[in-house]
Design a protein around this ligand. Structure first.
Ligand code: ATP
Ligand code: MG
Length: 646
């Protein structure tokens, strides 16, 4: 990027933060030079172990073999609940903010512990055993967290499926891991509309013989069909069950959960995470990256259906005894000020969201933000996609009023927790860069032959040592685990993302490796071109892909969504082209610009570039799996208006 601004750590942030620059450097050095010593210490600081672990770490990446704290016994729900009762039993664990702004609730650690224990007992009463899989298909209500923790308590492996997924997507996931039960709600509520969760479950279960029971939370209260022998009400079984539910003693490497990846790159994989390493890494990253301190009110806007919801709404925060906010609704309901209203209402101090949400609210102008106070905020975060500097600056100046550092956190479902990120008291920020590695994380940059490149460079992001919360396998398919992540560059974990490392050692994620465009021998990341486009005041969002070009090898195809009310003229196309060329260089000349009212996105809000590439390449018959798209009708509109379609 031609404009590279640096925002130093403000002195008052550094002085109150848990980690300053000197401490980061010292701890980072130690974590790389003596990972076993470092992780052993942290595991004893952040968790309670029923039985101490033996070997701290053991791995062979070529075989996809990763083990942490083997032999140690613990239980994640114990770490999240029981051990807090004495010191913070009456402290709020979960603040619930409903879809309807008049609905909210506060749940203390003591109450949460009781609810989890009752559900755990009820599940045991139903015959659910350690190691069995339980599907959770829920709205964003506290019972979703209760369900996850109850599974963890009795050693059942949960598989949370996002409540926006279709019956078909749900069915595939239940079948793949042969779940024995489903925990769901009658209906969900989003943006004022009801989502028929239980009806979807019924459709999915028509072909899922492994499921013995469906546990349904009465949330909205409308009538639902009933299958005798299979169905039970959540409120009835928990009322009848014992509030005493001793946690299962789990080995550190016993599985905790399966989570299917969102599918922006192909058939979903059942990513399996285990107990000890995951618990430690989510806790330590939550504490230091969000600088979580006593009294903070922390809000991560993700859905529990995504890994961000697992690690940074439920497990990390609760292990640390934090107050975590769960929001059922959407940023635009009842109006586009909702995020900021919720922040004021609950005096949120730490706010963590996705670039897609930031761009959506940014597209509505500053008014909806500026009419709220946001004085409680002291830290902002983002995750999910590269954040273009334009959106970063808006988030920083308008939302955070230049008072709140932004932690741009790079990680994946597979990594379990955040790997590359600033620490607010330690790291000078550069808009658009995820900056530096977290403790124990040692990123490498490879060229296309798989050779490590030193110093400032651009290439493929990879890792040759594991961190505690690395995924352990693809559920039921260890060969796929190896072939997807370890076969491309033997000895390395291949994450699929490209990156640039600058002269300060900062990492800039350039998008997925298959999103790198090669124009006449010049390689550029699609994220860079998109960032340039979004600089234009008429542009709300842009997605860029390469497509086959007779002369250049690959040409640049840009799908551009304009701000509300702006018209897409040829004049504007010229302006956009000029802007991109001046930002990146003359080689970055846009061959095709298509104005699009909407872009195809996954349910988690990520642009599905795979589909855009197919359309640009005139391969519309081979779009692949589109079942996880938020709005499939967007695709036919793009096809209808594609200027180069043959
Ligand atoms: P699938 O793997 O099913 O195709 P997905 O990769 O979108 O879906 P996630 O695991 O949720 O599912 O997302 C991880 C990816 O998101 C990363 O590989 C990266 O491409 C992108 N990403 C996440 N955080 C950041 C960030 N801070 N900056 C840049 N990219 C990010
Ligand atoms: Mg991925």
């Amino acid at each position: 990027m031609s404009t590279e601004k640096v925002y130093p750590v403000p002195a008052e942030v550094a002085s109150r933060a848990l980690i300053d620059e000197a401490k980061y450097k010292e701890m980072y050095k130690r974590s790389i030079e003596d990972p076993e010593g470092f992780w052993a210490e942290q595991a004893n600081e952040f968790m309670t172990w029923f039985k101490p672990f033996g070997k701290v770490m053991d791995y062979d990446l070529k075989k996809g073999h990763i083990r942490f704290f083997e032999g140690g016994k613990t239980n994640v729900s114990y770490n999240c609940l029981d051990r807090h009762l004495e010191t913070r039993g009456d402290q709020t664990a979960i603040i619930f903010e409903g879809d309807d702004p008049n609905v909210d609730a506060k749940i203390t650690y003591r109450e949460l512990h009781e609810q989890v224990s009752r559900l755990g007992s009820a599940m045991r009463d139903l015959g659910i055993k350690k190691g069995e899989r339980v599907c959770i298909y829920m709205p964003m209500i506290p019972e979703a967290a209760v369900a996850m923790l109850a599974c963890a308590r009795i050693g059942a492996i949960h598989s949370v499926v996002f409540g926006g997924f279709s019956p078909d997507a749900l069915k595939d996931r239940i079948q793949d891991s042969e779940c024995c039960a489903v925990i769901t709600a009658d209906f969900g509520k989003r943006g004022g509309k009801s989502v028929p969760l239980r009806a979807n479950v019924d459709k999915a279960l028509a072909s899922c013989p492994s499921v013995r029971n469906v546990i349904t939370v009465k949330h909205v209260g409308e009538e639902i069909p009933w299958v005798d022998g299979r169905d039970v009400w959540y409120h009835e079984i928990t009322a009848a069950a014992s509030a005493d539910c001793p946690p299962e003693e789990m080995d550190s490497e016993d599985p905790l959960f399966i989570l299917y990846t969102s599918g922006s790159t192909g058939k979903p994989k059942g990513v399996l995470h285990s107990t000890g390493g995951y618990n430690l890494f989510t806790a330590i990253t939550h504490k230091y990256i969000f600088d979580y301190q006593e009294g903070d009110v922390y809000w991560c806007t993700a859905d529990v259906g995504w890994v961000t919801g697992h690690s940074y709404i439920v497990y990390g925060p609760l292990t640390n005894g934090a107050t975590t906010l769960m929001f059922e609704g959407v940023p635009s309901y009842p109006d586009v000020s909702r995020f900021w209203q919720v922040i004021d209402k609950h005096q949120v101090t730490i706010f963590y969201t996705a670039p897609t949400a930031i761009r959506a609210v940014m597209g509505q102008g500053n008014g909806p933000v500026e009419k709220t106070s946001r004085k409680s905020l002291r830290l902002l975060g983002t995750v999910g996609e590269p954040i273009n500097p334009e959106a970063w600056e808006w988030y920083y100046h308008i939302v955070g009023e230049e008072r709140c550092p932004i932690v741009d956190t790079w990680w994946q479902t597979e990594t379990g927790g955040i790997l590359i990120t600033p620490l607010p008291g330690a790291t000078a920020l550069k808009p658009g860069s995820a900056t530096l590695p977290f403790f124990g994380v040692n990123p490498k940059v490879l060229d296309t032959e798989g050779k490590e490149i030193d110093g400032p460079c651009e290439g493929i992001l990879a890792f040759d040592t594991p961190w505690p919360s690395m995924m352990r396998t693809v559920y039921g398919d260890h060969d796929r685990f190896i072939s997807t992540y370890f076969a491309t560059y033997p000895g390395y974990y291949f994450c699929g993302d490209g990156c640039r490392r600058d002269e300060d050692g900062y990492y800039w994620i350039t998008g997925r490796v298959d999103d790198v465009i090669n124009v006449s021998g010049h390689r550029m990341g699609t994220a860079e071109v998109e960032s340039a486009l979004v600089l234009h005041e008429a542009v709300a969002e842009a997605a860029v892909v390469g497509y086959p070009h007779d002369i250049k090898g690959q040409g640049i195809y840009a799908y551009v969504t304009l701000m509300t009310g702006v018209e897409g003229t040829d004049e504007l196309k010229k302006e956009l082209n000029k802007l991109v060329r001046s930002e990146i260089g003359p080689i970055a000349s846009l061959d095709v610009i298509q104005f699009a009212p909407g872009l195809p996105k996954t349910r988690s809000g990520k642009i599905m570039r795979r589909i855009l590439r197919k359309i640009a390449a005139s391969e519309v018959d081979a779009l692949g799996d589109t079942s996880t798209l938020a709005d499939p009708s967007v695709v036919s509109d793009l096809i209808d208006h594609c200027p180069v379609l043959k």
